[in-house]
Design a protein around this ligand. Sequence first.
Ligand SMILES: Cc1cc2nc3c(=O)[nH]c(=O)nc-3n(C[C@H](O)[C@H](O)[C@H](O)COP(=O)(O)O)c2cc1C
Length: 194
Amino acid sequence: MDGSDTTPVAAQSAPFEARALRTALGSFVTGVTVVTAQDRFGKPHGLTANSFNTVSLDPPLVLWSQSRQASSYHVFRESEVFAVSILAEHQIDISNNFASHKEDKFEGVSVDRTFCSLPVIADSSAWLYCRMVSCVDGGDHAIYIGEILKIAHNERPPLIFGGGRYLQARPHYATRGAGAAAASDGVLVESLHH
Ligand SMILES: Cc1cc2nc3c(=O)[nH]c(=O)nc-3n(C[C@H](O)[C@H](O)[C@H](O)COP(=O)(O)O)c2cc1C
């Protein structure tokens, strides 16, 4: 222990108040993605999702979860492929757009369709094209696991979400400077290999 105060501001046992649960979970900071697929008529569907995470490097697997209340739930549940656009920090409007209930979320949005004609959001930080390998019920959500078939990325810094708001990623003060950067690179490489 470093002597800092670890007394909780608030503590609850289950059942939790919805707000307390959201506040505690909001301490886990994430990136922001837009997950997309097409229905059987070729119409694109997409929603903002921060439940995205990596699962495995070999084979390359990722997961995300979708509320069963989402209007696009049946599209993803029946889809054999999906794409993940990892949003860049200038794409807050895109995130809000795909978190909305607009009839056509793709109207006015710049989209690329370079792989399997899956729509992805232009100017994002990275793109993953996935084959659906598993779908599991998880409470009020469905958990989708996809195998990555193709990747693309650029140098745009990612958009971050935590504590219920959008954030920007910046290097930790302890890793600024040449020596610290080298040390932290070592930690990063290790953590990628668990
Ligand atoms: C930052 C952020 C992250 C979100 N993450 C998820 C998520 O992981 N899963 C989910 O089902 N909804 C998530 N949502 C909510 C959906 O984007 C939202 O309910 C959307 O309208 C669902 O689209 P649909 O009803 O057109 O399918 C998130 C919203 C925001 C703003």
